[in-house]
Write a protein of this length. Sequence first.
Length: 429
Amino acid sequence: MLNWVFGNIVKRKRKRRRSEKRPKGNKPPYEEAKIIAEKGSVEERRNLASHENLEPEILYYFTDDEAPEVRREVANNPGTPLQADLILAHDTNDEVRMELARKIGQLVPHLPREQNKRLAEMALEVLEILAEDQLPMVRAIIADELKHAQNVPKAMIEKLAQDMEEIVSCPILEFSPLLSKHSLLEIVASGISSGALQAVSKRKNLDSDVSDAVYESGDKDAVGTLLENKTANIKAKTMDKIADEAETNTSWHPPMVQRDDLTPKTIRRIATFVSRSLLDTLIKRNNVNEKLVEDVRKVVRKRIERGDIQEDSKNLPTGEARAKELFDAGKLNEDAIVSAIQDRELAFIHHALALMSKLPHEAVQKMMTTPSGKGDTALSYKAGLSMNTCEDLQMKIAKVPPKQMVRAKRVGHYPMTEDDIDWYLDFYL
């Protein structure tokens, strides 16, 4: 039924899980399929349910199958009628609802509603049920699939954006085009978590009023993320306030220096406290303004005279280069990570964990910048780190709020199952 209404859209947009088995052989004739549905083994029924061109009534029949493996195949099948999906949205098995969330989440943003309004409404009804699922993983899948969608109800997006679980709210807060300036201001004013504030701070072309709200929240990590977002609009007055507070917040220094919207006043202010290497960067980035550069150089000379900075800056390798050098030498180990945590070497830690876990650098960055204790724990386990170091990573580098942290139930032991670890790794890939 879905294929008839939506053509090849479903097949083209749908992404199969890597672990998913393909159906074996061709679809059997209708009468034979009915016998398999009633009397076949679990594997035979599961294989039958995976055929995309299976008769809708048989797929509907399978929604009441006693085996969750069969119902999961039905949930994953793009040929399943929406009436059956409505039943599966209330399934007692978590994996069935997660599989359905992936399929519906990928389908709904591409619905050609004008072709069949009733089916479009039914698909949204399934989506709304899943978006309110009691299991955070189900809601997280929906949020991740809908983060760029423009044809879903705004009320649903706003509810996901205010979800207490950051793994649900953050993708929506960072990307959704349906969140207006007014909505964002209300969400920030409601007192959201640090991770959620950081997600707002990452939004492309963030409005200056929302930037003000992030700054006024007083969350230092969110302000740091705001500074790193070069597309975020920040008023000169607000930037001056940030500069006044930046001297004691060293993590703000690099992103401030790299911004293109600094006023001469702000540049002169931050020149009085950033490191020598950042001063060199500051001068190079503003060398078209000779008067400003000379003012900064005067500040540099004064700081050299009083012993605040060295006369020559050190030419240190990048975090990526140092991580690769240690890895190639067989010396990239937990001790190196522990030392880097103490020195807050974020770039080195991200590249080192990517090498140690054999995961893509982008996935590691996403895990470490979306404050999810479970995601960071899965990454630490994959990288071969101890649980003690995992807790330090969560607290000191990923800035996971205390209530969201994953802690060892027994000293030195990871509290998550391997299945949960694999799910979180798959989620961020």
